[in-house]
Design a protein around this ligand. Sequence first.
Ligand code: ATP
Ligand code: MG
Ligand code: ZN
Length: 578
Amino acid sequence: MRIVFGFSPACRGRHSFRQTLRAAWHRSQPTPTLSSVAVTTDLHAALREHFGHAAFRPGQEEVVAAALAGRDVLVVMPTGAGKSLCYQLPALMREDEVTVVVSPLVSLMTDQVAGLERGAAGRAVLINSQREAGENREALARVRGGDVRLLYVAPERFAAPGFVESLEGVRVGMFVVDEAHCVSQWGHDFRPDYFELPRAARALGARQIFAATATATPRVAGDVIVRLGLRDAVRVTTGFDRPNLSYMVIRADTDVDRRRRITAVLADPAARPAIVYAGTRARTGELADALARSLGVGVAAYHAGLDRERRERAQRAFMADEVEIVVATNAFGMGIDKPDVRTVCHAAVPESLEAYYQEAGRGGRDGGPARCLLFAAARDKGLHVHFINQSAAGEARSARWAQYRGIWAFVEGDGCRRLAIQRHFGDRSTPHVAHGIPCCDVCDPAALPAAPAGRSERAPAPAGARAGAVRARAHSTSGPAPGPELDRAIVELVLSARPSVGRTRAVEILRGGRSKVVVANSYDSLELYGAFAHLSSAETLDHVDRLIERGVLRSTGGRFPKLALAPGARDVQGRLAA
Ligand SMILES: Nc1ncnc2c1ncn2[C@@H]1O[C@H](COP(=O)(O)OP(=O)(O)OP(=O)(O)O)[C@@H](O)[C@H]1O
Ligand SMILES: [Mg+2]
Ligand SMILES: [Zn+2]
C-alpha cells in the first residue's frame, strides 16, 4: 500500500453566480492545521461510535484528519476501499454544519442514504428531481431544522431555479464531489453537469471541496484538480490493487456461446450473488430472461429504459438478497456497495478500462474472493469503433480513442491483468498475491471457468499472437478483412435478420448503425451486428451488390425491396468460394 500526499496549485478563478448568493465565502477563512485536529480529536472513538468499525482502513485516517482540518482533498482509492467513510465521518463529527454530497447516480445516493440510516438515523437526506416535490421540500425543511449532517444532491439540481437560494441560512462546510472523474472528459463517464459544481460550492459558501474517485489516471486526477478548482489539496492515493478479485478475459464470439458460458458459471450457487453487464438494453432483457429460465432463480433486469419504479425495485431486490442475479447496463452499479457479490460478468467489452475497473469493482467488497469475467468478442471492437466515429470530432473523440486503446490493450494483452490495470492507472506497485485467490487468466489459466459441455471450446487466441495486435494496427483497419468473410457474413445476415432487410439496411447492421429501425427490430442483438464497423458503407454495399450479381442473393423488388437467398442458391458456401 502506498499513500501519497501532494498539493495542488491554487488555481481557482472567482465568478459571481447569482445576485442572491450569500456574501459569506468562508472557504477563505483560516482553518485549523491537519496535525492539530489529528492530535486533539480521537478519530478512532468517533469511528467506533458512528460506524462501529474497529479500525481505519489504509489512508482513511489521514483523509478524515485532512477533511476535519478544513483542507481541500483529492482521494484516489480502489473500488470498495471505503472512500465514503472518509467524508461521512467528518460530516457526522461536525455538529454545526452540513456537508453537501454530489454524486452522479440517484441509485448510488439512495444506497448511501439508506446505509447511513442504519447507523446515523435522520442525519442524511437526499434531494433529486426524480422525487416528488413534496419529498424534496420536506428534506430541505429537515436540513434547515438543523438535524441533518449530510445532504445528498443530484448535480443537475444546482441548475434548478431557486435551489441554491433555498439553502440560504444553512451553514455548508464541506462540498463533496464523489465519482469526481465525471468532471473530466478524459475520464470514463464525463458529465457536463459536473462543470458547474465549483460554482455551486461557492454559491453555497462551502469552506472546502472534497473529491473522491477510484478511477483516475494521472491525467484525470490532474484534470479533477483544475476543473474543481481544488486549492492546495491534500492528495491521498492508495493504489488500484484489489487482491481478492480474479480478473479473467474469455474469448466468446457468439451470443449463444456467451450466454451458455455465463449460465454455466452462474449455475454454481457459490458464484452468486452476481452482476451481469449485458452491454445494451435489448440484451439486458434477453439475458435476464434466458438466465431466469435456465437457472430457475430470480433475476432482475436494470437499465435506463425502465421506469424509475422498476429500476428501484430491481436494485432493492438485489441489495436485499431477494434476487441473486442482476443483469444490467452500465446505468447500474457505480458506487453501489453490496458486500457479497461473488461474480461480475461482462457479456460485452466495455468502452474503457476505467469503466471496467469500476464495474468489476462491485465484486468482493466484503474482502472475500470474487471473479470478474470479461467475455470478449471481436465484434465488440467494431461496435466501439462505430460509436467513436459517431461522436463529435475533437478532444472528446481523442479521449475516446485513448480509452479504446486502453481497454483493448487490456483485453488482448498477454501479461497479468491486475498488473495491466495498475499500470494503466499509473500505479507502479506490484500486485499483492492473496493466498488461495487466483490472480488472473494469464497467471492462473487453470482457474478459468470450464466451458459448458456439449460444445466445442474456443480457447482464447494464444496470448502471444494477440499481444499488441490492437496497439500496432490503425483503427481504420482493425476487424475482420473484407472478402470471403464479409460475403459469408452478408449471407448469414440475410438468413437470420427478421424482419428481412434490404441492401442498405444490411450494410447498416454490419457496420453497427443505430437508426430507429435497427433499434426497434433489435437488429443490434444479431451476432454480426457491428462486425464490419471498420469498413466504409460503399465498400460493404459493393460486396452486397456483387453477391446479387453472382446469383447468390436476389432483391425482392417493389417499393421496399428486401434481400433473399437466390432460388437454387443452396450451396452457398460453394458459390462463395467460387
Ligand atoms: N474502516 C472500515 N472498516 C470496515 N469496513 C469499512 C471501513 N471503511 C469502509 N468500510 C466498508 O467498506 C465498504 C466499501 O466502502 P465504500 O462504498 O465507501 O467504497 P468506495 O471506496 O466508495 O468504493 P467505490 O469506488 O466502488 O464507490 C462499505 O461497505 C463500508 O462499510
Ligand atoms: Mg464510492
Ligand atoms: Zn495476474
